[in-house]
Design a protein around this ligand. Structure first.
Ligand SMILES: [Zn+2]
Ligand SMILES: [Zn+2]
Length: 290
């Protein structure tokens, strides 16, 4: 099973791999810079080279970069929109330099301009970023669109919206989807029962296509089904619960995908939560693998 957590690059890119290995992860997610700032520290060939070298000699098989939170590919504000497209291009370039084959991004919010206008804006942004020099210079890097919980005017709450964005792209081949279980559940997609999950994945398949699903963000949810509130909970301690998480990690359409946990880093007032959450997920899989 490909499994890991979102890890900090605060001590440098190679140190994130040290941390992944210390918890026996074979997959991991990182930011390529401070995710709450437009200012990106320059990615030098030295920094990228040291990461690639460390990665090649590690047990980590899958790495994904999560783009910064400020980016809004649906923004009706031209200045923010242009800045977001440049940021996406830069994330693609950084991923390519680091030898990372995928980035995952939130789509953004239409801010009142409406879903249809938002969809057109996002398509144009992706078309431009994917036609850019950064993208053509790093042809291996894929862009995964993440579903959202649906607070405010955020885009990507329904599978039909994500499907409409991808189908309208000039070249959809470099775009895939990341399913965040907390976000999907908060958006109203049932995951807790075999029937509920089957119905959710059927809808995903008809609106987007399961072949486009490349990554699962495995998070429990602090808030109930359809609450539209995005608060991640520890595995099995939220509203999805241990049975729901077990359905997800063992489902035939999902079980071979990489699972990245974005669960809180503290548990019972102490650190070490990643270890606890990873053990919970692994125990759910081991049962079925015997
Ligand atoms: Zn995300
Ligand atoms: Zn996520």
């Amino acid at each position: 099973m490909l499994i890991g957590c979102h890890l900090s690059i605060g001590k440098g890119f190679p140190a994130a791999i040290d941390e992944a290995e210390s918890l026996a992860m074979n997959a991991m997610q990182i930011f390529s810079h401070n995710a709450s700032s437009w200012r990106m520290k320059e990615m030098t060939t030295e920094i990228a080279g040291s990461f690639r070298k460390r990665l090649a000699h590690s047990s980590v098989e899958y790495v994904v970069i999560h783009t910064m939170y400020l980016l809004n590919l649906a923004s009706p504000d031209d200045a923010l929109y242009e800045r977001s497209i440049l940021a996406l291009e830069e994330e693609i370039r950084r991923a390519g330099m680091l030898g990372i084959d995928q980035i995952v991004t939130h789509i953004g919010a239409h801010k009142g301009s409406g879903i249809d206008a938002g969809i057109r804006r996002v398509r144009a942004a992706l078309d431009r970023a994917l036609a850019s020099d950064s993208a053509s210079g790093h042809p291996n890097v894929r862009v995964l669109l993440e579903d959202t919980a649906g607070a405010g005017t955020t885009m990507g709450t329904s599978f039909s919206e994500i499907g409409a964005i991808i189908r309208g792209l000039d070249d959809p081949r470099r775009v895939g989807v990341c399913l965040d279980t907390c976000h999907a559940f908060a958006a109203g997609y049932e995951l807790r029962t075999a029937d509920g999950l089957a119905k959710t994945l059927d809808e995903f398949d008809s609106e987007i296509g399961l072949s486009r699903l490349e990554l699962v963000h495995l998070n429990d949810s602090k808030f109930p089904l359809g609450s539209r509130r995005d608060r991640h909970a520890h595995i099995g301690s939220g509203e999805i619960g241990i049975d729901g998480i077990s359905q997800v990690v063992n489902h035939p359409s999902l079980r071979d995908l990489p699972f990245i946990l974005e669960t809180p880093k503290e548990i019972d007032g102490k650190g070490g939560a990643d270890r606890v959450n990873l053990a919970r997920v692994r125990s759910l899989r081991e049962e079925k693998e015997e």
